[in-house]
Design a protein around this ligand. Structure first.
Ligand SMILES: [Zn+2]
Length: 166
């Protein structure tokens, strides 16, 4: 993903203590890697909102029906998707947390439908994990059976409750 024009240098500096942007030597794709181990449940970095939008874009994270934030530190825009994620964006506490033990040098990956109901730019997933869901377009396109293994934001859980008529 390209650089955002918004941002806070201070937050970027803080996050750089534990995570770093890398560029894949073959694909050229950017990603975020852990510079040190983080145990399951650890807060990897707090985050904030660089900007808030009423409609999603390819950098934004959904926090409400018409509320989509671009993240600070800016490096979080390089979080790639995996259908077998190792981090979660806790939009209630505004923290990136480790879902399981993360080793030094391991790429940090987020399950995009954990926060996105309708995605601005759906894509065919190439994560290659055994649990890959292939087409990633938002939580609204996935059955409960596919979502139950994931930690989901409060917003997505409320949308699933509405969909189920709860
Ligand atoms: Zn996948």
């Amino acid at each position: 993903m390209p650089h955002s024009r918004h941002g806070s240098q201070a937050l970027d500096g803080d996050a750089a203590n534990g995570i770093r942007v890398v560029r894949h030597p073959v694909t050229g794709q950017h990603g975020l890697v852990a510079l040190r181990p983080f145990p399951a449940g650890a807060v990897i970095t707090p985050f904030g909102a660089a900007s808030t939008h009423r409609v999603p874009n390819y950098l934004s994270v959904q926090i409400g029906e018409h509320s989509h934030i671009e993240l600070l530190p800016q490096m979080l825009q390089y979080l790639n998707h995996s259908c077998d994620p190792n981090i979660f964006l806790d939009t209630a506490r505004m923290e990136v947390v480790a879902l399981r033990d993360v080793g030094a040098g391991e790429e940090l990956q987020f399950f995009y439908p954990a926060s996105e109901w309708h995605m601005a730019q759906p894509f065919e997933c190439l994560c290659g994990t055994a649990v890959c869901l292939k087409r990633i377009a938002g939580a609204d396109t996935l059955p409960p059976s596919a979502l139950q293994r994931y930690r989901l934001t409060d917003f997505i859980r409320s949308k699933l409750g509405q969909r189920a008529g709860l």
